[in-house]
Design a protein around this ligand. Structure first.
Ligand code: GUN
Length: 296
């Protein structure tokens, strides 16, 4: 059984990026810069954004964290995005989701200039991705592709079952893996909340590669796993636990203890896909930087 260790795979990606930023700095050039917008003080979002900023530091990227209270108006948020769009020292912009209910996610996503959309959520970039054009791939699916690449996991002709159809993970993941690309050419089935549970179980049992992104702790149990399957767990949920130091534990969408008895390879949570999401985001930020002609 192989543990698909996100620390190892993301360290390899980050080491290559660090080499690039060192070379830029030595040549007297500025390095890529990520601007992250965080609205409110959702604990999980705070942790994710802090980790993104820390990883920028570790790889020689610049970063800015722009915070708003959760009563910020949509107009104020859009004005800040426009300012960052026009700022030539900012290469990538991300707005951490979820946003408060009074703010329209779609408007915010569309306001980010597609050339700075390092989350790959803008409809123009999604359209490019669907057609196999060069673009920013959404960070989490990109991280999964980088993980599969790092551990040399073949996808061509394999039956991949994706559980979950969100715009940020399940749907782009299913499109990417079925596409003509190195980590692609798979036969993909997608299951979601309206798939009868018995059908999801039946599909999961046939998966050579099972990718789970539903946000339900330990949704996948041993009986759903084909012997020898590769299991990619995208779930990161805080579950209350009075015995834990912080009062909660992080749980994935897969029962890890059960999965390791049947699978050939499993991503741990934490320490798996979450770290690869950041690697994907950093690679997109470098891509945004390289796409520009006005480096100073
Ligand atoms: N919230 C959960 N995942 C993500 C992500 O990949 N990007 C952003 N911006 N917000 C998220």
């Amino acid at each position: 059984m192989l543990i698909l260790d996100g620390k190892i795979a993301s360290a390899a990606v980050k080491a290559r990026l660090l080499e690039q930023t060192k070379a830029l700095a030595e040549a007297g050039k500025r390095t890529p810069h990520l601007a992250a917008i965080l609205v409110g003080n959702n604990g999980a979002s705070e942790t994710y954004v802090a980790s993104k900023v820390k990883n920028c530091d570790e790889t020689g990227f610049g970063s800015s964290l722009i915070r708003f209270n959760d009563d910020v108006t949509e107009a104020e948020l859009l004005a800040k995005i426009n300012e960052l769009n026009a700022d030539h020292s900012v290469d990538g912009i991300l707005v951490q989701l979820p946003l408060p209910k009074h703010i329209n996610d779609e408007k915010v996503i569309e306001a980010i200039h597609p050339d700075k959309d390092v989350d790959g959520f803008h409809p123009m970039n999604i359209g490019r991705m669907v057609q196999g054009f060069d673009t920013f791939i959404p960070a989490t699916p990109y991280g999964v592709l980088l993980m599969l690449e790092h551990f040399n996991i073949e996808t061509k002709g394999k039956h991949v079952v994706v559980i979950g159809r969100s715009n940020i993970v399940g749907r782009p993941m299913s499109i990417l893996l079925s596409g003509e690309r190195p980590q692609g050419n798979a036969h993909v089935t997608i299951c979601h909340r309206h798939t009868p549970k018995q059908e999801t179980i039946k599909m999961a049992q046939q998966a050579d590669i099972l990718i789970v992104a539903v946000g339900i702790p330990e949704f996948v149990t041993a009986d759903m796993i084909k012997p020898g399957a590769v299991i990619i767990d995208v779930g990161i949920t805080r579950v209350e636990d009075a015995t834990a130091k912080k009062g909660f534990r992080i749980k994935g969408d897969v029962n890890y203890e059960q999965a390791i008895t049947k699978a050939s390879a499993v991503t741990p949570v934490p320490g798996g896909v979450g770290l690869m999401t950041i690697a994907g985001l950093l690679k997109n930020t470098m891509k945004a930087y390289e796409g520009k002609f006005y480096h100073v």
